[in-house]
Design a protein around this ligand. Structure first.
Ligand code: PMP
Length: 427
């Protein structure tokens, strides 16, 4: 580690306190970004295979221009009339199923999920929520209690119950197909029953439609439809957290599309403003208006004119540069490359992907599917030293997580696959 990095680390710890999360054994000091590239203070270039916030590409000129133009003209809190906000709301809602007609803007995904919980509680009169056993949905007090990978300091409380995430690689009881979907869905039914027994009225289930934090599993085909049916039959709402899955990441605009089930509430965030803090909650008029009529919700910065200009520019770039399509086609190309690597290296237990979102499950024993968290950590750090940034996720911390900005090209993919091949060989 260089002395300048050591000095920054010491200052950071002194000012921001210990335990402030930071990536890599040898942290990266990034000073500049452009499209899929990041540059550190020494001018070293990194291929960004991790960041989904700047999903239209780092510092996209059209987004920068839109933010600058609006910032030069006006930026206020959100209690005035403003056309850009309405134009953005119309454009955003037009990308959804027609049942979604309303949007509330916030600044973070955590706030959006916090509002979604309140909407569901008000609509159902219930308190009980189901989430998975290996997830993260954000950091407000209420939302931190849904986040099983970072347990809340004061416990979960009786109104939160967890179900196994629907993994078809380390499948429950080694089941497959419909039987596996049923087995995972039964876990939801069991927890709904537990709420009943405890006298806690059920309010709903909040999940990421692609189970991104859990490890991006291949979801058993009919699972989501079965899950949503059980939730609805019990009087609850299905909330889809699209904070990671949304805005074209998976090769379609929204993660829940193609799952044969329409959520009651959708929450958005991360890539929405390409780094400008804007997030949102989308729902049907009945659920949404009931919330608005009963709760005075005001968010000073949420959906201000500059944020909405950024959001609008993101939608324009996604459309003009056909980035959702790129996510699908380049995503498929990368997945083929990873599948070839799997044939070559026994430590790769499973590769999975949806658009430009990939999980590579690393194992120390392929037959037993034994997770290999140490190897995963080594790989992430070695790739960083070679100039490729990626992360890791999953219940066992053994899944390489790759989620590059959407302008990722086949050339970028070749570089990634070649360096991954070389690193796997070395390790
Ligand atoms: N939902 C999911 C699925 C997330 O991954 C995250 C953040 N990693 C959040 C919500 C919270 O978003 P934010 O950090 O903007 O509050």
């Amino acid at each position: 580690m260089s002395t300048s990095i050591e000095k920054l680390l010491a200052r950071r710890e002194a000012l921001l306190g210990p335990g402030n999360p930071l990536f890599y054994d040898n942290p990266v000091h990034i000073v500049k970004g452009e499209s899929v590239w990041l540059y550190d203070a020494d001018g070293k270039r990194y291929l960004d295979c991790y960041n989904n916030v700047p999903s239209v590409g780092h510092c996209h000129p059209q987004v920068v221009e839109a933010i600058t133009r609006q910032a030069q003209q006006l930026n206020t809190h959100t209690r005035y009339l403003h056309e850009t906000i309405l134009e953005y709301a119309e454009r955003l809602l037009s990308t959804f199923d027609e049942s979604f007609q309303r949007v509330l803007f916030s600044c973070t995904g955590s706030e959006a999920n916090d509002v979604a919980l309140r909407m569901a509680r008000l609509w159902t009169g219930g308190e009980g929520f189901i989430v998975t056993n290996a997830t993260y949905h954000g950091n407000t007090d209420a939302v931190s209690k849904l986040s099983s990978i970072f347990p809340p300091f004061d416990g979960y409380g009786p109104n939160i119950r967890m179900v196994p995430w629907p993994d078809s690689y380390r499948a429950m009881d080694d089941l497959t197909g419909e039987a596996l979907a049923d087995a995972y869905a039964n876990k939801i039914a069991e927890q709904i029953d537990e709420f009943k027994k405890a006298g806690i009225k059920f309010a709903g289930m909040l999940v990421c439609p692609i189970f991104a934090n859990e490890g991006l599993p291949r979801i058993p085909d009919t699972y989501m439809a079965k899950a949503a049916r059980l939730v609805h039959e019990a009087g609850g709402l299905y909330i889809a957290d699209e904070v990671q899955a949304g805005f074209g990441r998976t090769g379609v605009m929204w993660g829940h599309q193609g799952q044969r089930v329409t959520p009651d509430i959708v929450t958005l965030g991360k890539p929405m403003g390409a780094g400008h803090p804007i997030a949102g909650v989308i729902s049907r008029p009945d659920v949404f208006d009931h919330f608005r009529q009963n709760v005075m919700y005001f968010n000073t910065f949420g959906g201000n004119p500059v944020s909405c200009a950024a959001g609008l520019a993101v939608l324009n770039v996604l459309q003009n540069e056909k980035l959702v399509e790129n996510s699908a086609t380049v995503g498929e190309y990368v997945l083929k490359g990873f599948t070839k690597l799997k044939e070559k290296y026994d430590v790769i237990g499973d590769v999975r992907g949806a658009g430009l979102f990939f999980g590579i499950d690393l194992v120390s024993d392929r037959n037993k599917k034994t997770p290999a968290p140490e190897l995963t950590n080594q790989l992430v750090n070695t790739m960083r030293d070679k100039g490729v940034l990626m992360g890791k996720i999953g219940e066992f911390d053994n899944i390489l997580k790759l989620r590059p900005p959407l302008p990722f090209s086949k050339d970028n993919a070749d570089m990634l696959i070649q360096l991954l091949d070389e690193t796997l060989q070395e390790l």
